[in-house]
Design a protein around this ligand. Structure first.
Ligand SMILES: [Zn+2]
Length: 170
């Protein structure tokens, strides 16, 4: 018999996740109408034959023009992320150490360098400010920078997906 924990016993229900999901994306959850701000939910899924218990936490950040954006909070590093990966633990891409194909590594590193520079311009005080335009920056410059960051992010997502398919994770 493995472990002594009894299910139920006054604890909140644990939602079972399917490994077929491979990753959780806030955008997909939002489209499905299942994204809740500031939630903290216990989940479990099976990875490599073992059961993994994890917590999904979300956090909402306000937008200047009304509305809010909901993020996952990686429980390992505390970063706000739009995707969580289901591995031996549940976490962001960096915490799970998901590798990129070696021939793409340099391109990925250059992408990160570029992104860090853009982030430094968007958040001059060193703190994430919810994609708000810094004082004194032209709107056109601002929207170009935001668009560039999104492009860099989708390029990395694509590289990651290719690697995942190669290693048989998907
Ligand atoms: Zn993390």
């Amino acid at each position: 018999m493995r472990g002594g924990r009894r299910k139920g016993a006054g604890r909140p229900a644990v939602r079972r996740l399917t490994t077929a999901l491979h990753s959780l994306d806030v955008r997909e959850l939002r489209r499905a109408g299942r994204l809740v701000a500031n939630m903290r939910e216990s989940v479990e899924y099976v990875y490599g034959g073992s059961k993994v218990h994890a917590v999904i936490a979300t956090q909402a950040t306000g937008c200047r023009f009304g509305g809010e954006r909901v993020w996952f909070v990686c429980q390992a590093c505390g970063r706000r992320v739009s995707k969580l990966y289901l591995g031996a633990g549940l976490g962001c891409r960096r915490c799970l150490g998901l590798a990129y194909p070696s021939q793409r590594k340099n391109a990925v590193r250059r992408g990160w360098d570029k992104q860090r520079k853009i982030e430094a311009r968007l958040a001059p005080d060193g703190e994430w400010n919810g994609w708000q335009k810094p004082k004194g920056m032209h709107w056109r410059t601002f929207s170009n920078l935001v668009r560039e960051i999104r492009t860099l992010e989708s390029a990395r997502d694509a590289a990651l997906l290719i690697e995942a398919v190669r290693s048989g994770l998907v």
